[in-house]
Design a protein around this ligand. Structure first.
Ligand code: PEP
Ligand code: MN
Length: 331
């Protein structure tokens, strides 16, 4: 249940809600916003006179629920997504920051194409300890230098809570990866920050668990949350994962959070990425995350799925055309 409480609600009632009902008070809100479990359907009589408004839900999709608020507007640099906008934001760039030359040459080419946000990981959550793990802080500093030169927004991922403060400091958008979305240290640190957070769906995560990860950030006081569908694991092994467009439809209807689709990790093979991106564009998603590299075959991670920059440019043109058919503007 979400309660909007009078700012003069007595402290003993706030303590009762917090200690006995495990309520979360969203920081810095007026009226006070308190969230209790979905199981609470009734307001006790001693609290009634302090309640301005309340909402009950059938699940713990609460602050992110479209029945609580209409579509939220979320910032990426000086861009706004979601809300009343009809923007689909194209975020492109390599899987990993590899070195200065690689990241600068890709960033300059993206800027030339009119792309405004660069994605690149510096803390890579690899499946094998013997694969490239990312450049860490050195890579974040390269991304900072890229932003200073090009003005591109930086979307970069956090692997675990040990370096979340560094990523929050350097990123415009903190990406929480498929393997990290259950890390409550990360989620809580992001909730306490004012940086936009892009949460990728765990590949074995139900939609309910996915939206509840977002609730951790929202109840921490950070409303700038994007949900990213990036493929789930199914019985199919011809593709790396299976892009769940049904899940995208669910997010659009049931949540108030903008939705981003990452076709690259879902497909795992570059040949399918443009078609999947166009399908997502036709669904009216708020953002697309496309792995792209100046020399994809020789990328240090996810080489099979990254598209080259000529393909990216062609894809951008066709996405603009699809956008026209569904009243969306690619930005
Ligand atoms: C990535 O974006 O490079 C990445 C590792 O994504 P995911 O967490 O979805 O696998
Ligand atoms: Mn990748």
């Amino acid at each position: 249940m979400i309660l909007h409480l009078d700012p003069n609600t007595p402290q003993n009632l706030i303590d009762w809600l917090t200690e006995e009902q495990y309520a979360k008070f969203v920081p810095n809100t007026n009226p006070l916003v308190a969230v209790t479990t979905k199981a609470h359907k009734e307001i006790p009589s001693f609290l009634e006179s302090f309640v301005h408004n309340h909402w009950t839900f059938s699940s713990d999709l609460q602050l992110g629920n479209s029945e609580y608020l209409p579509k939220r507007t979320v910032k990426i640099g000086d861009l706004e997504l979601g809300g009343a906008t009809s923007f689909t934001h194209l975020i492109a760039g390599p899987c990993s920051v590899e070195n200065e030359e690689q990241i600068f040459s890709i960033a300059r080419a993206l800027k030339e194409m009119g792309i405004r946000s660069l994605r690149a990981g510096s803390y890579k959550p690899r499946t094998s300890p013997y694969s490239f793990q990312g450049l860490g802080l050195e890579g974040l500093k390269l991304l900072d230098a890229v932003r200073k030169e090009t003005g591109l927004n930086i979307v970069t991922e956090v692997r675990d809570a040990t370096h979340v403060d560094h990523v929050i400091e350097y990123a415009d958008v903190v990406q929480i990866g498929t393997k990290s979305m259950y890390d409550h240290g990360i989620l809580k640190a992001c909730g306490a920050s004012n940086k936009t957070v892009l949460i990728k769906r765990g590949f074995g995560t139900t939609l309910q668990e996915f939206v509840q990860a977002a609730e951790f950030v929202l109840c921490g006081g950070n409303a700038d949350v994007l949900l990213c569908e990036r493929g789930i694991r199914t019985f199919e092994d011809k593709t790396r994962f299976t892009l769940d467009l049904c899940g995208v439809a669910f997010i659009k209807k049931e949540t108030n959070l903008p939705v981003v689709v990452d076709p690259s990790h879902a497909m795992g093979w570059r040949y399918g990425v443009p078609d999947l991106a166009r399908a997502a564009m036709a669904m009216g998603v708020d953002g697309l995350l496309i792995e792209s590299h100046i020399d994809p075959e020789n990328a240090w991670s996810d080489a099979a799925q990254q598209i080259d920059l000529t393909t990216l440019q062609d894809l951008k043109k066709s996405l603009e055309l699809v956008g026209k058919a569904v009243n969306r503007e690619l930005v």
